[in-house]
Structures are given as structure tokens and as C-alpha cells.
Write a protein that binds this ligand. Structure first.
Ligand code: SF4
Ligand code: SF4
Length: 343
């Protein structure tokens, strides 16, 4: 594990951060063991969100007695002043703390959302007010559009950004990470496994670990997962390994999907999952998570080719800011069932 100074915040943070999003899905005693073990092993960055079911309460219940040992980050996805303020107040109570180290404006992907949060009566003002009163130490922002985030941080209203960085989504390296470094801001990378599509864990985690970020947030739910993630960061990444990981990322990122979720599909095809997993499948074949996904989504994926309104002009494609060929990729994904004998 590596430690570094988290931009202007001045905190010395561990390179592995505990993503607490999935803790509500496991028994409380398992969550308690995972969180306490993580702290025992030197992980000192815990990340959650008001919107992650009762994740904040689990943190309050399991580790608030060790509050001085971790940097605590949460998020509000509210956009207006009143509801954001209420949500921040609720987060303080749920996490049994009198101060949140980092409050992030959550999942800001569109210009309209950013404008709403930053307006006079927006969520940012609520965060600023809570900061002035001492309930929040720093304000950050999270999103899936690295190009827009790189633009939004220029006014220096934020101390940190949380963004995707993994072997299948290396896009934050283009503009966002250099800009964050220039502004001496906190850099938190999320989804090293891309939701489980990229494996093995060791390789997946070592890619963001080889890059210019402070914290890699990994969603963990057990002591064994904490151990596995820590082991992946035991040794620094050398030149040859970094070059190999970067070559792989250039290949796996070839789909160009940022997971911005601007697109929607009338038959509920999970377009970004298919864009990303199709590229991974070409290189690695289907991994357990991808296989389960394809099995569960077979009817929907196969229906794309026959969806009458999309035959002339795919309904999803005009929604994509990157002009990606989504229908072609989804129809290509359907070939998997022929190859795998699942047709
Ligand atoms: S082209 Fe396929 S994925 Fe796109 S909207 Fe139509 S059915 Fe959905
Ligand atoms: S396909 Fe395009 S619109 Fe859909 S999530 Fe990916 S980048 Fe966004």
C-alpha cells in the first residue's frame, strides 16, 4: 500500500479506499469485520453515499468508534439547496459523526445537472454552508464525463473529483487527471474492476495503481476481498508492467463508451454494459460476471435486431455524445449466443 497527500486537503491517504456501496447486501457482522479489518490493515479512506441504501448507517454502526482513523467521504445526489442540506444533515446522523471529510456532489453527468447544483439555490451552496459551519471539510464532485469534469473544475470550487479509471475505461487520463494534477486536487479513481467485468483482480487493480491517482476505490464486502485488494498493491508497478497494462487499456478502451448513461433503450438493453463487455470479451473471452450478464440478458440482447423502430435509424444512437455505433455492437454481442451454444 502506498500513501500520498490528497491534493490541497493535506490528508495522507492510503492508495486503496474502501468502497462501501455493496455493504448493505451482506450480513452486518460480515460488514463489521471487513471494515475493521481494512482499518487494521492501514486503509484510511472510506467512501459511501446517501443513496447507497443503508451503507452510511453500517459505517456509523461498525466503525464510528474509530472515527479518527479514517478519511470519510460521502455524497449527495440532490441538486437543490434544501434537499441537499437535509440529506447532508441526515448523513452526519447516520454515520454517527460530527464532520464529513469530503462531501461529493454525486453523479453529475450533464451540463443541466451541473448548472442546477451550482445555481444560487443549488446543492453546492448547501455544501458550502455546511463547510462554513464545520460539518464538512472538503467538497468534491463525481461523474462519468471526464471531459466535462475537466472543464467544471477550472473555477477551483472543488477539492477533489471521483472518476472511472480501469483497464476498460482509461479516458480520465486524457484531460481530467492532468488538470487535477495541475490544480493540486484530490484524485479518486473508482470501479477498478468495472463492476466485475475485468479480472483477475490483481491485474485490474494494478492498472489504476500504476497511474497518477491518490486513491483507488474498490467495492469490498468481506475480509477476503480486502486481503485480495491489498495484496494487489503490495509492490509498486515497474516500467515494463506499466507499459503492458497501458497497451491492454488502449485495446480494452477501444469501445469508447464513458458509461455516461445518456442513452436509453425501449427494450431496456443495458447498452453501456454491452459496449464495455464486448470489447473485454474480444480480448479475454467472457469472465464469470460477463457470462452471468449475458445469460440474464439474452432475450433483450437478441431483440435488438428485430426492434422495428430501430431498423431504419437506431433510437439510441443520436443520444450518444461520442456518436458510437451502439446498434452494431449490441447486434454483434448477440453472436455470443451462437458461439457459446446458448442460442
Ligand atoms: S438499436 Fe437496439 S439498443 Fe439501440 S435503442 Fe434500438 S433496440 Fe435498443
Ligand atoms: S453508449 Fe454513448 S451515450 Fe451510452 S453510455 Fe456509452 S458513451 Fe454514454
Amino acid at each position: 500500500m502506498r500513501y500520498s497527500i490528497f491534493g490541497k486537503t493535506g490528508y495522507r491517504v492510503s492508495s486503496l479506499g474502501f468502497g462501501a456501496m455493496n455493504l448493505p447486501g451482506v450480513p452486518l457482522e460480515q460488514a463489521r469485520e471487513a471494515l475493521n479489518y481494512a482499518l487494521d490493515q492501514g486503509i484510511n479512506y472510506i467512501d459511501t453515499a446517501a443513496g447507497y441504501r443503508n451503507s452510511e448507517e453500517i459505517i456509523g454502526e461498525c466503525i464510528s468508534h474509530r472515527r479518527s482513523e479514517y478519511f470519510l467521504a460521502t455524497k449527495t445526489s440532490k441538486r437543490d439547496y434544501k434537499t441537499a442540506k437535509e440529506e447532508i444533515e441526515r448523513s452526519l446522523v447516520r454515520m454517527k459523526t460530527d464532520c464529513i471529510d469530503l462531501l461529493q456532489i454525486h453523479y453529475v453527468n450533464k451540463v443541466e445537472e451541473y448548472q442546477a447544483a451550482m445555481a444560487e439555490e443549488g446543492a453546492y451552496r448547501a455544501a458550502l454552508e455546511m463547510k462554513e459551519k464545520g460539518y464538512i471539510r472538503h467538497i468534491g464532485i463525481t461523474g462519468h464525463r471526464p471531459d466535462l469534469l475537466a472543464r467544471w473544475i477550472k473555477k477551483e470550487q472543488f477539492d477533489q473529483v471521483l472518476f472511472h479509471l480501469n483497464l476498460a475505461q482509461p479516458f480520465a487520463l486524457d484531460e481530467l487527471i492532468p488538470e487535477l494534477t495541475r490544480l493540486n486536487m484530490g484524485k479518486t479513481a473508482m470501479k477498478p474492476l468495472s463492476g466485475g467485468f475485468i479480472q483477475p483482480v490483481a491485474k485490474a487493480i494494478r492498472y489504476p495503481f500504476s497511474q497518477d491517482v491518490h486513491v483507488i476505490l474498490s467495492g469490498m464486502v468481506s475480509k477476503a476481498e480486502v486481503e485480495e485488494n491489498i495484496a494487489a498493491m503490495r509492490e509498486e508497478v515497474g516500467h515494463a508492467e506499466r507499459a503492458e497494462l497501458e497497451r491492454l487499456a488502449a485495446d480494452l478502451g477501444g469501445h469508447n463508451c464513458r458509461r455516461c448513461n445518456y442513452c436509453s433503450c425501449p427494450v431496456e438493453i443495458a447498452i453501456p454494459d454491452i459496449m464495455i463487455s464486448s470489447q473485454i470479451r474480444k480480448t479475454f473471452g467472457l469472465l464469470p460476471k460477463g457470462d452471468g450478464f449475458y445469460q440474464n440478458n439474452k432475450e433483450k440482447i437478441l431483440s435488438c435486431a428485430d426492434h422495428e423502430p430501430c431498423k431504419e435509424k437506431p433510437l439510441c444512437e443520436p443520444m450518444c455524445p461520442y456518436h458510437l455505433p451502439m446498434r452494431e455492437v449490441v447486434m454483434g454481442a448477440a453472436d455470443y449466443y451462437k458461439v457459446s451454444g446458448m442460442a
